[in-house]
Structures are given as structure tokens and as C-alpha cells.
Design a protein around this ligand. Structure first.
Ligand code: CMC
Length: 452
């Protein structure tokens, strides 16, 4: 069996999903399998490696085997591009650093959804539409009483976001672009309200209604921290930091939760159910839970003099301990989000007078030592976004149990954009992976009396 690539010339073609993409007729992949030669088209994206279209393979009675989808592009997308070797993250072509510096979360959400930055008029309409949907159905408030006060806010979010589909029957026709728009708006608008409600419920304080004269980030912080008996004045530095955290987490290509949203959506499930599935996938510690783990690790280290001990443990092959907030599956140079987060972290600690805190001293020193250490250099282990976001969120007064909820809130913009892109593509198919079966071959049923 041999898989080869040969050369020809570029032409426009339609993929098996009906999407027009560049096909490199110059490059053709051929597989010699079971004494048959099978040819596959090769597609060229605008960026990134060439991709071999193996969809015709099942007609030959065989499949590819790729657990974890390490070598599989599951979809064609125009939303986000990552070059892990160069440390590049682009949304619709715009570098994440520029978006964090010059844009705001709602503008980025619009960009992800529609492909272009909004004009002034489009921006006003979009923000108005979001503001029109920030409140949740009053009946939904009673859902919260069904949860224990000590329930993890992510457990609450999985439930209440999925429950939204019971309230908005008027916009569940996924084949109607107007319905898709209104569902996307409802989800982006209501996530901060629901997230803050899940926090307030856990601490026994009254829910705070959204205030539409506030910005998206300001509104969220107000719903989190204001109480009816006192006015809350929010420092613009902290509001800006919150907004940046939202931008940084808005989308990240076909990660586990986004793929979950797409797979759920491929069945025709409604968007609220799909986003709820995404929240469930994000909850896992290997995905959304790492910033909490990074913060806990810094607290455990406690003082600068204990750093060498933990570095030693991270390097020991017989110790399962890893430096949380270091390394990335895709970024093998640096995580561009980490650079933005580092700067934001400094600003927040300065504004809150925590710049000299032991936690931050430990973080800075740990980063310095790890970046000079051969073990980390050789393995390309750089601080990732979670290294700084945990400290920043904590300095903003956000409890660790809410970190992943905030991630979900922000990622909703990416999830709905990816879902909407998929539904809008002609000929999209239900996701149905195959398997390499290694169980029993066929055997006859044994009555219970005759079983050993
Ligand atoms: N500390 C110490 N050693 C590490 C670490 C670490 N954080 N990460 C990887 N290594 C070592 C690992 O032991 C292995 O060494 P060796 O070659 O000697 O066996 C080598 O580096 C390669 O590791 P890997 O597990 O094959 O790398 P991966 O790309 O599969 O893992 C990772 C990526 C993020 C799971 C891993 O780096 C890790 O566990 N990091 C800590 C957790 C963390 O911060 N996760 C957040 C990631 S960002 C989330 C997001 O983008 O949303």
C-alpha cells in the first residue's frame, strides 16, 4: 500500500460538500490498496497545508483510521486560521493582536458571524439587536431554584442554555437564515445574563437584570458584582481587560467543543441544544479547565523559592506533574493570545494594586526560569493563554469556578458562527465517523443456565 502525491495545475472545483475551493490538479494523491490504484483530489486552502479529499474511499469499502482527528480536516471553513509553528491566530484574516488592541468583543462577534468588520450603521444595528435580547424569559429564573446552591456553574449552564430551546420556538427553523440570525443574537446576548445568574445563585445573592446602557463587558461585570443596595463603579481598565478576555476566547478553529457543536448541528438539532453540547465538551479539564489548574498550581507553589522544586518535578519522567499553562497541542512557537493576556494581566494587577502580590511574582519568575530551561526550550513549551488568564480573572474578583463559564460565554460567538457557517453550506452532511472494529466476531446467544 502506498500513498503518493503528484503534480499538475490549480483549478476551481466543488468539493464533496458542494463548496467551491481550489483544487490542485497538479497534485493528485494516489493510494495503492488491495492491488487497486485509487486517486484522490487535493485541495488548496488560502492558507495552510494541502488537503487530500478521501471521501470517495468508502465507496472502495475501506476507511481511514485517525483517532483524535490528528490528520483529519472535518470541514471547510473561512472563519479562523491558526499557524501553530509561527504563532499566528487570524479571525477572518485579522490577527488576534490587532483585534484585541483596536476592536471590541461585539465587533469581533460580528466579524466571526458575517466575515467582515461592521460599518458604523451595521455596528449600531448589531449592538441594538444584542441589547434587545439581553434579558431571559422570566420563567427561566425558576429553573435555577431546581439546582443545589453548590452546583458547579458549568452544570447549571449546560442545563439552562439547553433549556432556552423550550422558550424560543419562534426561531428554531435552522434552514431559515432569519431564524439562524435571531438565535445567534439571542445566544450571544443571553450568555452573560445566564452566566452571572449562575454565579449569583451560587452565592445566594439576588439576580441582577442587564442594563443596556452598559457595554457588553461592563454589563457582565455589573450583573456579576452589583447588589441592589449599592451602586457599583467599574474601573475602565478592568472592563477593557474583561472585553479582551472575551475576544481572546471568541473562537479557536475546530477544537473539541466547536467540533461538538458542529457534530450536534449536523443532525439538524436546534442551536440552543448545540451550544449546550459545546458547553459540556468545554467543561473537561483538558479543554476549558486549564486556567483554573494554572492558578491552583501557582497558589500551590506559593513562594518564589519553591519554583525550582516544581520545575524539577515537571521535568521528571516518573512524575505526572506538568507545569499548567505551559505547552500547546497546536502552538509550537508561542501562543499569540498569551502575549496579549500577559500585557492585560499587568494592567489589571497594576489597577487593582496587586502588582506586588506573591502570586504574580511566582508567575513571572516561573515563566523566566522555564523559558531559559533546556527541557522546555527543546520541547517548545511556552506559556499559553491559560497561564495569564487565570491570574487576571482572579484579580478581577472572578472565582475559579466561573473561569470556564466565562470561556463558554465568549466562545459562544465562535460556536454560533461555526454552526451557522455549516448550516449555510450547501450539501452539508450528518457527521457520522466510522470505526476500526476489534470486538468479537459473530457468535450465538447462550441461555443464562448454560453460561459459565
Ligand atoms: N510541563 C512539563 N512537560 C510538558 C508539558 C508541561 N506543561 N507539556 C508537555 N510536556 C512534555 C511532555 O512530558 C513530553 O515530554 P517527552 O517528549 O519527554 O515525553 C513533551 O513535552 C510533549 O508533550 P505532549 O503531551 O506530547 O504534547 P501535546 O502537544 O500532546 O500536549 C498539552 C499539549 C497542552 C496537553 C500539554 O502541553 C499540557 O499538558 N500542558 C499543560 C496543561 C495546559 O496548560 N493546557 C492548556 C492548553 S491551551 C488550551 C486552549 O488552547 O484552549
Amino acid at each position: 500500500m502506498a500513498l503518493t502525491l503528484q503534480a499538475n495545475s490549480l483549478k476551481m472545483t466543488r468539493s464533496n460538500f458542494g463548496v467551491t475551493i481550489m483544487s490542485d490538479a497538479a497534485k493528485k494523491a494516489s493510494l495503492n490498496f488491495n492491488d487497486k490504484n485509487i486517486d484522490f483530489p487535493v485541495y488548496q486552502g488560502t492558507l495552510g497545508p494541502d488537503v487530500i479529499d478521501v471521501t470517495s474511499l468508502q465507496k472502495q469499502g475501506t476507511f481511514t483510521f485517525d483517532p483524535g482527528f490528528m490528520s483529519t480536516a472535518s470541514c471547510e471553513s473561512k472563519i479562523t486560521y491558526i499557524d501553530g509553528e509561527k504563532g499566528i491566530l487570524l479571525h477572518r484574516g485579522y490577527p488576534i493582536e490587532q483585534l484585541c488592541e483596536q476592536s471590541n468583543f461585539l465587533e469581533v462577534a460580528y466579524l466571526l458571524l458575517y466575515g467582515e468588520l461592521p460599518s458604523k450603521t451595521e455596528s449600531v444595528r448589531f449592538v441594538d439587536d444584542i441589547n434587545n435580547h439581553t434579558m431571559v424569559h422570566e420563567q427561566l429564573r425558576s429553573f435555577f431554584n431546581g439546582f443545589r446552591r453548590d452546583a458547579h456553574p458549568m452544570a447549571v449552564m449546560v442545563g439552562v442554555v439547553g433549556a432556552l430551546s423550550a422558550f424560543y420556538h419562534d426561531s428554531l427553523d435552522i434552514n431559515n437564515p432569519e431564524h439562524r440570525y435571531i438565535s445567534a443574537i439571542r445566544l450571544i446576548a443571553k450568555m452573560p445574563t445566564l452566566a452571572a445568574m449562575s454565579y449569583k445563585y451560587s452565592i445566594g445573592q439576588p439576580f441582577v437584570y442587564p442594563q443596556n446602557h452598559l457595554s457588553y463587558a461592563e454589563n457582565f461585570l455589573n450583573m456579576m458584582f452589583s447588589v441592589p443596595c449599592e451602586k457599583l463603579a467599574l474601573d475602565p481598565v478592568l472592563v477593557r481587560a474583561m472585553d479582551r478576555i472575551f475576544i481572546i476566547h471568541a473562537d479557536h478553529e475546530q477544537n473539541a467543543s466547536t467540533s461538538t457543536v458542529r457534530i450536534a448541528g449536523s443532525t439538524g438539532a436546534n442551536p440552543f441544544a448545540c451550544i449546550s453540547a459545546g458547553i459540556a465538551a468545554l467543561w473537561g479539564p483538558a479543554h476549558g479547565g486549564a486556567n483554573e489548574a494554572a492558578l491552583n498550581m501557582l497558589k500551590e507553589i506559593g513562594t518564589v523559592d519553591r519554583i525550582p522544586e516544581f520545575i524539577q518535578r515537571a521535568k521528571d519522567p516518573n512524575d505526572s506533574f506538568r507545569l499548567m499553562g505551559f505547552g500547546h497541542r497546536v502552538y509550537k512557537n508561542f501562543d499569540p493570545r498569551a502575549k496579549v493576556m500577559q500585557k492585560t494581566c499587568h494592567e489589571v494587577l497594576e489597577a487593582t494594586g496587586q502588582g506586588d502580590s506573591m502570586l504574580f511574582k511566582v508567575a513571572k519568575e516561573l515563566e523566566k526560569i522555564a523559558l531559559q530551561d533546556e527541557y522546555f526550550i527543546q520541547r517548545k513549551l511556552y506559556p499559553n493563554v491559560d497561564f495569564y488568564s487565570g491570574i487576571t480573572l482572579s484579580a478581577l474578583g472572578i472565582p475559579t469556578s466561573m473561569f470556564t463559564v466565562i470561556f463558554a460565554l465568549a466562545r459562544t460567538a465562535g460556536w454560533v458562527s461555526q454552526w451557522s457557517e455549516m448550516i449555510g453550506q450547501p450539501g452539508h452532511k450528518i457527521a457520522r465517523p466510522r470505526q476500526l472494529y476489534t470486538g468479537y466476531t459473530q457468535r450465538d446467544f447462550v441461555p443464562v443456565d448454560l453460561r459459565k
